[in-house]
Write a protein that binds this ligand. Structure first.
Ligand code: NAP
Length: 292
């Protein structure tokens, strides 16, 4: 198929690369065009704008940071909607607002363009290996049509409901990620202060009921003070803003994630935003953390 991919970043680069390796013709665009160089060397066609991508492709994927970025890609000058025609399908892999996603889909529907929100989980490693979890919102017939493409990118692909529900699922996922990370940082901090080797604790607890993906994968990094991203604190702060907006719309008070959001925002304010989420360990386990 002729596939478009817009947003060639930490996630987009390996995901688009897997579509190319699977034998599809790939049309790509990124704001900083030089990020397209490595895929171009493998045979992808670099386009000057999202409109040019949509002109060439049957299905266009988007993978950019936040809600206004997706809006710019679709509806901005030289956006997808400028050249969109009936029959085009847009699949958004970004993590953005569920309610705004529904508005985007409605605006595109007027042009006969179909839409799936398909945010992913599994990090850059899952993107490289093609083993992402993909939570998809959209019509069943669009989902079935696009499933073979999604199966190239992920190993767990679930249609969770109509448009917007993929993003709603991802918000729940991010709530878990933030609370698990807070638990990891506090547990490792407690082990250290109590005179226990934190690496030994992480090793055994990872296999018990207190274990989690975060503890198994990022616990050893916290112990080794390896704070490189993975997934940046800046992006998690964006996601926790989306979680809190969703909770507000649902008129739900969530005290645990409210506390975690305060701590991640504190880490961001202290200049740790470009580090991995495990850098939360720099602000928890300190006597002033309760005042965050
Ligand atoms: P990233 O490395 O910052 O990549 C985003 C890319 O989008 C950048 O290359 C950026 O280009 C490009 N971009 C931004 N606005 C654009 C526009 N208007 N037109 C064209 N290109 C544009 O971020 P990422 O880590 O891949 O994350 C992307 C999305 O996936 C986010 O919503 C994130 O929450 C989600 N996600 C990330 C992970 C992870 O582990 N990283 C895991 C799951 C989900 P520039 O170089 O010009 O800035």
């Amino acid at each position: 198929m002729k596939i478009g991919y817009i947003g060639i970043g930490i996630m987009g680069l390996p995901m688009a690369g897997n579509l190319l390796k699977a034998g599809h013709s790939l049309y790509i665009h990124n704001r900083t065009l030089s990020k397209c160089d490595s895929l171009a060397a493998q045979g992808a066609t670099v386009c000057a704008s999202p409109a040019e991508v949509a002109e060439n492709a049957e299905v266009v994927f988007i993978n950019v940071p936040d809600t206004p970025d997706v809006e710019q890609v679709i509806f901005g000058s030289n956006g997808i909607s400028q050249s969109a025609r009936a029959g085009l399908t847009v699949i958004d892999n970004s993590t953005i607002s569920p309610s705004t996603t529904r508005q985007f889909a409605e605006r595109l529907q007027d042009k006969g363009v179909e839409y799936l929100d398909a945010p992913v989980s599994g990090g850059d490693v899952g993107a490289q290996k093609g083993t992402l979890a993909i939570m998809v919102g959209g019509d069943e017939h669009v989902f079935q049509k696009c499933l073979p493409l999604l199966e190239i990118l992920g190993s767990k692909i679930v249609r969770v409901g109509p448009v917007g529900m993929g993003q709603t699922t991802k918000a729940c996922n991010q709530l878990f990620c933030a609370l698990h990370m807070l638990a990891c940082c506090e547990g490792i901090s407690l082990a250290r202060k109590a005179g226990l080797d934190p690496a030994v604790m992480v090793n055994v607890v990872s296999s018990g009921a207190g274990g989690s993906w975060a503890l198994a994968n990022l616990g050893p990094k916290i112990v080794a003070d390896d704070l490189d991203p993975g997934f940046m604190i800046d992006l998690l702060c964006k996601d926790l803003r989306l979680v809190m907006e969703l909770a507000q719309e649902a008129e739900l008070s969530l005290s645990g994630i409210n506390l975690a959001q305060g701590l991640f925002n504190k880490a961001q304010a202290e200049g740790l935003g470009r580090l991995g989420t495990q850098a939360l360990c720099r602000v928890v386990g300190k006597s002033d953390s309760l005042n965050a």
